[in-house]
Write a protein that binds this ligand. Structure first.
Ligand SMILES: *Cc1c(COP(=O)(O)O)cnc(C)c1O
Length: 652
């Protein structure tokens, strides 16, 4: 797997275009449309072929194109404006955080730990909602001026790329990420040497290097074990997101938690608050306690308490089976030595991860460790907060459920990242730029009714046309990859209709999301799709985890249905769902359909993106929709009831 070392043959950037490099290395361009346009304008087809990666683009672009841009005054003016705008943004002290916390003496340093971050499609180190939320968290923190930094893993291959075989069965590809041609940079120490930290694994050291993505004002530090000094199998630890077996997951979580804290320490960063986004990073708490014990000589209990008061744990899982569990036998070789530094016996360590401390049959639960090392714990919607309190109840036997210290903060989105440029312009024009900085400020939206219906409709219609065109192009590419006959390729060039009511359904294909619920009455569905006066069309997308055959079966059923004669051209499946596909969909659909098995959808955020683009939600009352739904902004399926029999629930 250690196939390459990248050599960059970089075209020389003319002096007058040097700003492009600065702009490329701050992914602020991913939500600053005008900057992004500067890259796209250089060479539209190259921009597409480079997966919207400006660094790779600057590394491969034709010298002639650069010369053209360098002699184009309007281009240069735009470039300078974008550069100045980024400089101003980076230095501005007029931020929400500054206005509200300027009088506080100590500015906190917040470290936000997560296994995945979804920032842009050219950094494929995310799989779904958890990562996109984390990415949005960084972007919003940047806009608000919150002194936060991210800590994650830099995957050599990231999450898999999806394509389907002739039968509609999901296949996975794992292209290698070329870090030297991505908007990331290695973190160096004062002597100009790459920063490396060490973790002791059984019988050998593991070295970890550190990379940085600049996300506006926020830094995201990413850890990487792909170093030749490491044992070959250790080099692979940071290969794949959610790949490998339980031991691989454990190793990744050791790198994220313990390695993450050591990397911050090596960069002289001492977080005052550590945020564990999901329990994967909970080992960070042990490392933080260890350092405190060493420095102050305090006991583990004192250190744990002290760290917990500066720790926050966000749980995203609505079922106990969703938590990471590790057996004592798996943990022993990795932790017996380490926990002795915490003055704990191995059994005392195991107790930290068990709901019932004395039950030796219980495995080590990362969420339990996170609960015990963070004083602030939250679920990701009101309903999920309640579900999480119910799950945590076993650990708080004496407390009534409402007093269990698990609250909720409903997930959100970084609005600028998901709102189409046309819709953003419309909102800027009629309600002012505050809609994206202060999305939840009710008075910001007072003027939303002043947007003329015709203008709103025109934007909606334009984005739907773009979505139809995008879907056709993707389908043509998909068919070509499968060596489909010419006639079929001609056919898909004409699927869908820009005037039909367009329903979108795109998300991870986990079985609880019930993507095929829609197909339960196929005769009726076909009638709806083919209604002459009010035709309906459906665009679907989503990946299933490589080990989840149940999810893959759902994709196969949908694709096979889409190939039946009455459904052809009315229902399509787009391969390789990612942030790019997601943006086209949420900006273009009329209706966003969501049919999770309540209460399995902890929050969900894609429907929020649709709302921000003037689309309507049609969803089971679950996750965020359970609290956001009101008549007039969309439709609720059911009344929020739950069933013990899943077949009955599906039928109803
Ligand atoms: C927003 C988003 C998600 C999360 O949406 P859900 O509603 O939780 O399914 C997942 N993947 C991508 C690419 C997204 O943009």
């Amino acid at each position: 797997m250690r196939t390459f070392h990248a050599y960059q043959v970089v075209p020389t950037l003319p002096e007058s275009l040097q700003y492009l490099r600065t702009l490329a290395y701050n992914v602020h361009w991913s939500w600053e449309r005008e900057t992004l346009e500067l890259f796209r304008r250089l060479d539209r087809s190259l921009w597409e072929n480079c997966s919207h990666n400006p660094v790779r683009m600057l590394g491969t672009i034709d010298q002639e194109r650069l010369k053209d841009a360098a002699s184009d005054d309007s281009y240069l003016a735009g470039l300078e404006a974008a550069y100045i705008s980024l400089e101003t943004y980076m230095k501005s002290r007029n931020t929400w955080f500054h206005r509200n916390y300027v009088h506080h003496h100590e500015k906190p340093t917040i470290a936000y730990f997560c296994m995945e971050f979804g920032l842009t499609e050219c950094l494929p180190i995310y799989s779904g909602g958890l990562g996109v939320l984390a990415g949005d968290h960084l972007k919003s923190s940047s806009d608000l001026g919150v002194p936060l930094m991210g800590v994650g893993l830099l995957y050599q291959q990231g999450y898999f790329r999806q394509y389907l075989n002739q039968d509609g069965w999901q296949q996975e590809r794992y292209p290698e990420n070329d870090f030297y041609n991505m908007p990331i940079q290695q973190v160096l120490d004062n002597a100009g040497q790459p920063i490396r930290v060490q973790i002791d694994l059984p019988g050998r050291p593991l070295f970890v290097q550190v990379w940085k993505v600049q996300v506006g004002r926020v830094s995201l530090f990413l850890l990487d074990t792909n170093l030749t000094v490491n044992r070959p199998d250790d080099q692979n630890i940071t290969d794949q997101l959610y790949g490998g077996n339980s031991e691989m997951r454990l190793l990744q979580e050791i790198v994220l938690g313990i390695g993450g804290q050591r990397a911050l320490e090596a960069m002289s960063i001492r977080p005052t608050l550590c945020h564990m986004n999901e329990g994967h990073s909970a080992f960070q708490a042990l490392e933080r306690a260890r350092v405190m014990m060493k420095e102050t000589g305090c006991s583990f209990e004192v250190a744990r308490e002290a760290c917990a008061s500066g720790s926050l744990f966000t749980t995203h899982t609505p079922v106990p089976a969703g938590f990471d569990l590790f057996s004592a036998d798996l943990l022993r070789p990795y932790f017996s030595q380490y926990v002795s530094e915490l003055t704990l016996s191995f059994d005392e360590f195991m107790e930290l991860g068990r709901v019932n401390r004395t039950d030796r049959n219980e495995q080590f639960n990362m969420a339990v460790l996170a609960l015990r090392t963070a004083h602030h714990v939250n679920g990701v919607s009101k309903l999920h907060g309640l579900v999480s309190r119910r799950m945590a109840q076993a650990g708080y036997r004496d407390l009534p459920i409402e007093e269990i210290p698990v609250s909720s903060v409903t997930n959100g989105i970084h609005a600028r990242s998901f709102t189409s440029s046309q819709m953003a312009q419309l909102l800027d024009k009629y309600i002012g730029g505050r809609w994206s900085q202060d999305v939840s400020g009710a008075e910001v939206w007072d003027r939303v009714d002043s947007i003329p219906d015709e203008e709103l409709w025109r934007v909606k219609q334009l984005r739907k046309e773009r979505l139809v065109q995008f879907a056709r192009n993707r389908l043509v590419a998909q068919y070509k990859n499968k060596n489909a006959p010419e006639a079929d390729i001609r056919m898909v060039k004409e699927v869908l209709h820009p005037d039909a009511l367009t329903i979108g359904f795109a998300r991870r294909f986990a079985t609880y999301k019930r993507a095929t619920l829609l197909l339960s009455d196929q005769v009726r569905l076909l009638k709806l799709l083919n209604n002459e006066e009010r035709p309906v069309q459906i665009i679907m997308a989503g990946k299933s985890h490589p080990h989840d055959d149940g999810g893959k079966e759902l994709i196969r059923q949908i694709v096979q249905f889409a190939h039946t004669s009455g459904a052809r051209s009315r229902i399509v499946f787009l391969e390789d769902y990612d942030l790019n596909v997601a943006r086209y969909l949420v900006q273009g659909v009329d209706v966003w359909l969501n049919t999770p098995r309540r209460p399995m959808e902890a929050s969900g955020t894609s429907g929020m993106k649709v709302l921000a683009n003037g689309g309507l939600n049609l969803s089971i009352l679950d996750g965020w929709w359970d609290e956001a739904y009101s008549p007039g902004v969309g439709w609720a399926i059911g009344h929020g009831e739950e069933y013990s029999n899943p077949d009955e629930q599906d039928a109803i």
